[in-house]
Design a binder for this molecule. Structure first.
Ligand code: 3H9
Length: 679
């Protein structure tokens, strides 16, 4: 049951239990902060109380500061006031940590005089993921508790620990098999008085070890002010008196709060959560249970998707048309798991359990038991329609029929069945077992129930689901197509592949456009272009020359002896110059700024159209697609957030300029972007 007030107080057998009940995650809002101070004051004043326990209702202990309050004028009392009051309490306080104790939640627990963790406890200081440092003493108290060299990487990487690890490191005093509250009561009563707090350097450990830990973070700290801030704050624990170090931490926190990166990361936090809410779904729409799955096609995508189901504990049948294709696909799955075992990220036993959940079968009849079928056959509409027609006959009533198509018409597949309401797209991204994005494509007739099932399933699979409308390429690939077209055009106008890629990497992408295409293989796009009659002169010429990417050691780059990093290839430069000459395009030097604007701004333009057409429900949804499917740097918030930072009007103006200069009319801003700019 949820209590009416955000903080309750119950005194029983000489122990006052202060209990936070502020759904959904017990964040430390202004109401919770003042409630905590009031409850502590009442417990302290009550002569019947000998000790205090801090507990919380629901699945989380305390998820941290209320991120919704960030960027707004502060409302007293501050979290530091609360933390300070608990630390100085005249009566001992023990935290009963059931669920997540994150950020300010852990900082408050660290100020208590003891900590007991239940089996579902998760402890960590994830502020760095929001572009911040802990701001309520975390960088001072955690290092004193577990040693600075151990604490620093946890703080600077925002690592979250389970109860066993927290106990091993000394973050908690005790771990319970069940509810932490009874043990916390006992422990609090056993503490006759709050133990004295060390505010000197005891507990920090050796400065040398800390320096080594800081050096190890060097690469991550470069260009990331939050990571550098974490290092500086922990360093202050050595160099400054406790109170001064606390003040330094607070000042660093406030400075980073104004940093553009932190603002973008906070946008991402809320955009990710909003994306999981499907607009327009009737209240109470329930997802159907999913206990088993089938995947049609044992290719790279199909195998990867099967792994995703198995990894989530859902048994899955992989269906192929021939034994040979099936064996090849399952072998690839096994090899993938073996690699994880070799790298130490998976135990051999867990690999065997995961493999045991994946069965192979020939023929679509094998889909008969599945609650969800994901079709991952070739990108050919006729073939897919045929598969959906057959699935309609064999799949059980109520089974979700999903296609993993990247481009094709979901409604046409749905029309091949007598149950179009159960048909939708579940578009995974390659490699499916790694990439977090799942585009859930809503067909014209997809029922709310089917949609809710796919979104809920996506979350269970550990993916970030985003519901999108049906159109060619949906959200992600439709926008990527604009970038790809410009990248090709930039080559002809004078940029080298390595210059285009360097600009994207400098912008923050982990990989450039052409390195990405080389990795995926140029043949995929070539096949699509041939089928649709489209042309990309440079890419087509490379394919005709057999340069289909990294797998053959040659694409936009040259890969010597199986290297993963390509080298610029003069042959490619010559080929580009030759095509440009044939097309009468005068080549010129193109600067980084122009390269970036011409790659990114057309994407924003497409995003504006996607929003107007209702293909995406919110600008944040588009951002989430690009963050989790295409490696858009999180600290830049996503393409539509980026547009907001620059101003849609200035994006439109820049596009006009590039269109005029290059003579490429596809660069002209769309009406949708112009309307966005005007608004
Ligand atoms: C901090 O503490 C700074 C301090 O050092 C110093 C201060 C001076 N605030 O994720 P979910 C909402 S920085 C406000 O889907 P789950 C969330 O938006 C903070 N709202 O649930 C969503 O709302 P809605 C450091 C929050 O079960 C709902 O709760 N802490 C906050 O999958 C459910 O969220 C963090 O960074 C918040 N802090 O996961 C932890 N947290 O329903 C952030 C959540 O309207 N939180 N909401 O969409 C998390 O990692 C996860 O939410 C958690 C639960 C693991 C707790």
């Amino acid at each position: 049951m949820t209590q009416a007030r955000p903080v309750g107080l119950l005194v029983e057998d000489a122990v006052a239990v202060i209990r936070i009940g502020s759904p959904p995650v017990n964040a430390l809002s202004a109401a919770v902060r003042s409630g905590l101070l009031d409850a502590l004051a009442a417990a302290t004043a009550d002569p019947a109380v000998r000790a205090v326990v801090l507990a919380a209702e629901g699945r989380t202990f305390i998820a941290g500061a209320d991120i919704g309050e960030f960027g707004k004028p502060p409302v007293p009392p501050t979290l530091s006031d609360v933390v300070d009051a608990f630390e100085r309490s005249a009566k001992p306080v023990v935290a009963a940590i059931d669920g997540a104790a994150l950020g300010g939640g852990l900082e408050l627990a660290l100020a208590c005089h003891g900590r007991v963790a239940g089996p579902k406890a998760r402890l960590g200081l994830p502020e760095v993921k929001l572009g911040l440092v802990p701001g309520a003493g975390g960088t001072q108290r955690l290092p004193r508790l577990i040693g600075a060299a151990v604490a620093l990487p946890l703080i600077a990487q925002g690592t979250t620990l389970g109860p066993a690890d927290a106990l091993r490191l000394g973050m908690v005093d005790e771990v319970t098999g069940d509810d932490a509250l009874p043990a916390a009561r006992r422990r609090a009563l056993a503490l006759a008085a709050p133990p004295p707090r060390s505010r000197d350097r005891d507990g920090l450990g050796s400065h040398e070890d800390f320096e080594a830990a800081a050096t190890a973070l060097g690469k991550q700290a470069a260009g990331n002010p939050a990571v550098q801030g974490c290092i500086d704050c922990v360093a202050a624990a050595f160099s400054k008196p406790f109170d001064e170090a606390l003040a330094f931490e607070r000042q660093t926190f406030r400075r980073l709060m104004e940093d553009a990166r932190s603002k973008a990361l906070r946008h991402v936090f809320f955009a990710e959560r909003a994306a999981a809410q499907v607009p327009g779904l009737p209240a109470g729409t329930a997802a159907r249970p999913v206990a088993s799955a089938a995947v049609v096609g044992a290719g790279t995508m199909g195998g990867g998707i099967a792994m995703v189901f198995s990894n989530a504990g859902i048994p899955v049948t992989v269906i192929e048309t021939s034994q040979e294709a099936l064996d090849r696909g399952l072998e690839r799955v096994r090899a993938n798991y073996d690699t994880s075992v070799r790298r130490g990220s998976l135990s051999a036993e867990e690999r065997d359990r995961r493999l045991a959940r994946i069965q192979g079968q020939i023929g679509l009849d094998a889909a008969v038991e599945a609650d969800v079928v994901v079709e991952a056959a070739f990108e050919e509409l006729g073939l897919k329609r045929e598969i959906f027609g057959t699935l309609d006959r064999v799949a059980k009533p109520g089974a979700l029929l999903a296609s993993n198509t990247s481009y094709l018409d979901i409604d046409s597949m749905a029309a091949a069945t007598a149950r179009p309401g159960d048909v939708l797209g579940m578009h995974f991204f390659s490699p499916a077992n790694v990439m977090k994005l799942l585009e859930v494509v809503r067909g014209a007739q997809t029922t709310p129930e089917a949609l809710a099932t796919a979104v809920e399933l996506g979350r269970r699979l550990g993916k970030q689901p985003v519901v999108v409308g049906a159109c060619h390429g949906f959200v992600g690939n439709r926008m990527l197509a604009r970038r790809t077209a410009q990248a090709e055009r930039l080559l002809l106008e004078g940029a080298a592949p390595e210059e285009v890629d360097a600009a994207l990497v400098e912008f923050g992408f982990r990989m450039g456009q052409f390195a990405m295409i080389d990795l995926a293989g140029l043949d995929i796009g070539w096949r699509v272009r041939k089928a649709t009659g489209k042309k990309a002169p440079v890419a087509d010429a490379l394919c005709e020359a057999g340069r289909i990417g990294q797998k053959v050691g040659r694409g936009y780059y040259r890969y010597s002896d199986g290297a993963r990093q390509g080298e610029p290839d003069p042959e490619v430069h010559t080929l580009i110059e030759c095509i440009a000459g044939e097309q009468g395009i005068a080549r010129r030097a193109i600067g980084r700024q122009e390269i970036i604007e011409r790659l990114i701004f057309p994407m924003i333009d497409e995003g504006a159209r996607i929003l107007e057409e209702g293909i995406a429900a919110r600008p944040g949804d588009i951002d989430v697609v690009w963050l989790h499917g295409y490696g858009w740097p999180a600290w830049r918030g996503g393409p539509m957030y980026h547009a907001g930072v620059l101003g849609a009007a200035s994006v439109a103006r820049a596009l006009e300029g590039h269109a005029a200069r290059s003579g490429d009319s596809t660069l002209r801003p769309s009406d949708a972007l112009s309307r966005m700019a005007a608004a």
